[in-house]
Design a protein around this ligand. Structure first.
Ligand code: G5P
Ligand code: MG
Length: 217
């Protein structure tokens, strides 16, 4: 993994199933960066039935956003614990209020925005399988698990996300347009956002990799 120069403070944006988790795992493989996925953290809490998990499960199952304050506290603690490490946030911020708070507490200097066509997204969610404890994600026909229904690393069962049901995905996409597209504009105005267009991760990855490499020492 390549080392990175001073403070890599990145955010990856993109609609549900645009490939944020998939691209992040490639970045982590190539560079010295820690991936923080708000959705993965929330799903782990739900799986472990923690107090937070019990509080947030109603939002995730409906495809609604968790309240800003809860998310800011959760991700704020996570980022604080990473101290001087390089980090890449995935799934946070999702509202302008979250973005503003993050900018006050831990200013971001790189934003990667994935732009994937709507019809591609709807197809992907149907084939998505996840390993909840690690957040590893698979898709039928793309990055399939070696053994059907089992995680490659642990052999534990894979599950489909309750919020990947068609009607819930529609809600998540609407939410994205309403709450998160303004976040794209918020970062675009500051000049730190770059768009990456494509219908497959393989097609987008070389330019994302080159872009991240520009920040390496
Ligand atoms: P999440 O978990 O942040 P989303 O909706 O932002 O959820 P999601 O669904 O996790 O994002 P992704 O990470 O962008 O999608 O995409 P992915 O998992 O990498 O890829 C999608 C699928 O496509 C996978 O199966 C992958 O294998 C496949 N794939 C990738 N590339 C290709 C390709 O080239 N070809 C093919 N065929 N397949 C491919 O948030 C979940 C919920 O948590 C709450 C909300 O309730 C939210 O709905 N939440 C928050 N609420 C408030 N504020 C926040 N900050 C919150 N964060 C989370
Ligand atoms: Mg994800």
């Amino acid at each position: 993994r390549r080392a990175i120069g001073a403070a890599f403070r990145a955010v990856i944006l993109g609609a549900p199933a645009s490939g944020k988790g998939t691209v992040s795992s490639r970045i982590v493989k190539s560079f010295d960066v820690t991936h923080v996925s708000s959705g993965d953290i929330l799903r782990r809490h739900i799986m472990q039935k923690t107090e937070l998990g019990l509080e947030v499960s109603k939002y995730l199952s409906k495809g609604d956003l968790v309240p800003d304050e809860t998310m800011i506290v959760l991700i704020g603690k996570e980022v604080e614990s990473l101290d001087k490490k390089n980090w890449l946030l995935d799934g946070f911020p999702r509202t302008v209020a979250q973005a503003e708070r993050l900018q006050q507490l831990y200013p971001v200097n790189i934003v990667i925005n994935l732009v994937v066509p709507h019809d591609v997204i709807l197809k992907r969610v149907e084939g998505r399988w996840v390993h909840l404890p690690s957040g590893r994600v698979y898709n039928i026909g793309f990055n399939e698990p070696k053994v059907s229904g089992k995680d490659d690393v642990t052999g534990e069962p894979l599950v489909q996300r309750p919020d990947d049901k068609r009607e819930v995905v529609e809600r998540r996409l609407n939410d994205y347009a309403k709450n998160t597209e303004p976040v794209i504009e918020y970062y675009r105005k500051t000049g730190i956002l770059s768009d990456f267009h494509g219908s497959t991760t393989d097609e987008m990855w070389p330019s994302i990799k080159d872009y991240v490499a520009k920040f390496t020492s």
